[in-house]
Design a binder for this molecule. Structure first.
Ligand code: PRX
Length: 636
């Protein structure tokens, strides 16, 4: 048995001993009493009875050895700022923020929503929350008021931390009006709003509710706020993600299990060492940002780069396709983490740009979030000359479910495959309809995880255990297994290939979006009677959303200009409610939508037609002409 196969085997078969050992990667106030409690499946509780603190592990514990080493490196090519915080400075800032939160009434268990651009205060706020045992819930800054409102209603935060504005490609995007509108739409109203004023956009303050961070920070300049020791099973955060219904799920994560999972992943998967620099180009609004911009690198004693901006603009605001590589050179980045979409954007630029910089500090580039196509993988591997390591995971898993654990044993990657199941994950492939396990290579099935789930995995859906069980654990007949809702196949060497979602989730530029959410937004346009949104393959973004609508009043819509106007209006509705990232690439008017005789929308058939694939068996279809119209529209 290979070294890694044995490592993986122990993580499953000798679970308690294996994970008790991994638990030593972090600092405990009191050691865990039980390692894995799986007495109430499908719920898994890790390290119960042990007390610890995420912020202590990410910041305070490093003060003795590396107070003067870099912890947070903030680079914004949007506003032309480059600023470094040592571990000591980060410790000071987190305490100022923690004292500010306390002064606004926040204590252990309270929810704090964070709706912020990529600024250091967002990281301070996350760490300040976990420092005092408050539960943070970060909402991606690219979401608009409708998305934000539904998350406010579900999380019921006492406080929302936000900012005047973000910026993208030099264009200021005001956040405060979106926040005010979201609070207006939400049935739950936060008691307080804490605002970071970047001086980018004017803000109207609501008296008695809105507070300026600059003032409060000054008041708490010398604050000392000790870490609150919490049980390993204490909820550290919730992070909303899209699924099959229109209502996003609050993925809830613990403290001790998460800290252990991240701490262990650094040496085993990412090969990152204390004192080195980690550069993850994701956003704090996504799980990758939580795990590998904020908590992972800091728990591992590394410096982490927080990057605000496009991959193609320099600090001077001029076009610069080599900005990331210049940062790799300058900060001697050893571990880099990005997404295939970003690489495809860079691929369109001049490859010589990359060669201007010394990237020899890099051990590997990790890519995740969407399938890595071979041409993109090969291009960046050749250009950088370092291993490109695909890793497959989900908001729910918190860290990679499949990749190659080169820190345990070096093993070749295969193009198109994220690799093999990570330690702690008992992965199976099942037949969707029968629940039969597919053991022989080459058969396509649903990727599932047999419980108990490993440390770092979601605890439950926030305030909805029933939804957690029903959605994730009861989707396959006769089996109680966690479904990833991804199709996969395994080859004879045990490498997996991920073949897309089994549900209505789409992946646009690595962003996970629910087509139902987009459909709900589109439907709110007064002239939309019915709508179907599907994800269609796109060379740059992986997938784009396409919307097909049936108009309430089709009069005049035989005119191309009128159709174009309606398309623009629908796009603006989506922009306003969900944000531009959810905007369909096209909104096309049809007479009817393809449905089964029982009225079920045939989204997979629409998608197949859009991608010029075989639609499969359509004998249950009500009106074949509906699909023909879509085919004709797409052919234009
Ligand atoms: O469909 C899979 C796809 O992204 C989904 C999870 O998205 P999210 O919750 O945003 O978490 C992203 C964490 C990296 C998965 O169900 N996906 C993610 N990584 C890969 C991938 N598909 C193929 N290859 C990957 N490496």
């Amino acid at each position: 048995m290979s070294v890694y196969a044995e490592f993986h085997r122990r993580s499953i078969e000798d679970r308690d001993a294996f994970w008790a050992q991994q638990a030593e990667w972090i600092t405990w106030q009191t050691p865990p009493q039980t390692i894995c409690d799986h007495s109430q499946p499908p719920f898994t509780r890790w390290f119960a009875g042990g007390t610890t603190n995420l912020c202590h592990n990410a910041v305070d514990r490093h003060l003795a050895a590396r107070a003067d080493q870099d912890a947070l490196i903030f680079v914004s090519t949007e506003v032309g700022i480059e600023k470094t915080y040592t571990y000591r400075a980060l410790h000071d800032e987190v305490q100022r923020m923690a004292a500010t939160l306390q002064s606004l009434g926040i204590t252990t268990g309270d929810r704090v929503q964070i709706y912020m651009p990529m600024v250091p205060e967002a990281v301070f706020a996350m760490l300040a929350c976990t420092r005092i045992g408050a539960i943070h819930s970060v909402v991606f800054g690219g979401f608009a008021s409708g998305s934000l409102a539904s998350r406010i209603e579900d999380a019921e935060p006492k406080l929302i931390v936000s900012a005047d504005a973000g910026s993208r490609g030099g264009k200021v995007i005001p956040y405060k009006p979106l926040l005010d509108e979201a609070i207006r739409l939400s049935r739950h109203k936060p008691a307080a709003v804490l605002l970071v004023d970047r001086g980018l956009a004017p803000m109207e303050r609501v008296a008695g509710r809105d507070h300026d961070y600059a003032t409060l920070r000054q008041q708490h300049r010398d604050a000392q706020v000790p870490c609150v020791w919490v049980d390993a099973t204490h909820t550290s955060y919730t992070l909303y993600t899209s699924g099959t219904t229109g209502k996003p799920k609050g993925v809830q994560r613990d403290t001790g299990g998460y800290a252990v999972a991240l701490a262990a992943s650094l040496p085993h998967i990412f090969m990152g060492k204390p004192g080195e620099t980690f550069f993850c180009t994701s956003d704090i609004g996504w799980v990758v940002g939580h795990s590998y911009i904020v908590y992972g690198p800091l728990i591992g004693g590394m410096a982490t780069i927080l990057y605000e901006g496009l991959p193609t603009r320099g600090l001077d605001g001029e076009a610069n396709p080599a900005i990331w590589w210049s940062l790799v050179e300058k900060y001697k980045v050893s571990v880099m983490f990005s997404a295939p979409t970003a690489v495809r954007v860079l691929k369109k630029q001049d490859p010589a740009a990359l060669k201007q910089h010394d990237v020899s500090s890099l051990k590997a580039l990790f890519l995740a979030g969407e399938p890595l196509d071979e041409p993109t993988g090969r291009w960046i591997a050749d250009a950088l000359g370092v291993p490109i390591i695909d890793n497959y995971w989900q908001t729910e898993t918190g860290w990679p479910l499949m990749t190659i654990a080169n820190g345990v044993e070096k093993r070749a990657s295969k193009f198109g495959s994220p690799g093999v199941p990570m330690y702690g994950f008992d992965v199976r492939l099942l037949d969707e309809a029968t629940g039969e396990e597919l053991t022989e290579p080459g058969r396509k099935g649903v990727v599932v995880v047999q419980g108990p789930t490993p440390p770092g995995f979601m605890q439950t859906v926030w305030r909805d255990d029933a939804r957690f069980v029903k959605t994730y654990w009861q989707s396959i007949p006769g089996r109680e297994v966690y479904s990833t809702f991804d199709w996969g196949v395994r080859d004879a060497d045990g490498y997996y290939f991920i073949l897309g979602r089994t549900d209505d989730v789409i992946n646009v530029a690595g962003h996970r979006l629910g087509t139902r959410e987009i459909e709900e937004a589109v439907s709110s346009h007064p002239n939309v009677a019915e709508v179907a949104v599907v994800g269609v393959a796109d060379a740059l973004k992986g997938q784009v959303a396409m919307a097909f609508i049936v108009a309430r009043d089709a009069a005049g819509l035989d005119d191309a200009a009128a159709r174009l106007q309606l398309e623009g209006e629908v796009m603006r509705v989506v922009d306003g409610q969900l944000g531009a990232l959810a905007r369909p690439a096209r909104v096309l008017v049809v007479n009817t939508l393809p449905k089964t005789r029982s009225g079920k929308l045939l989204r997979r058939a629409i998608q197949a037609v859009c991608e010029q694939r075989d639609t499969g068996d359509l004998t249950t279809m009500e009106d074949p002409a509906a699909l023909e119209q879509i085919r004709a529209l797409m052919a234009r």
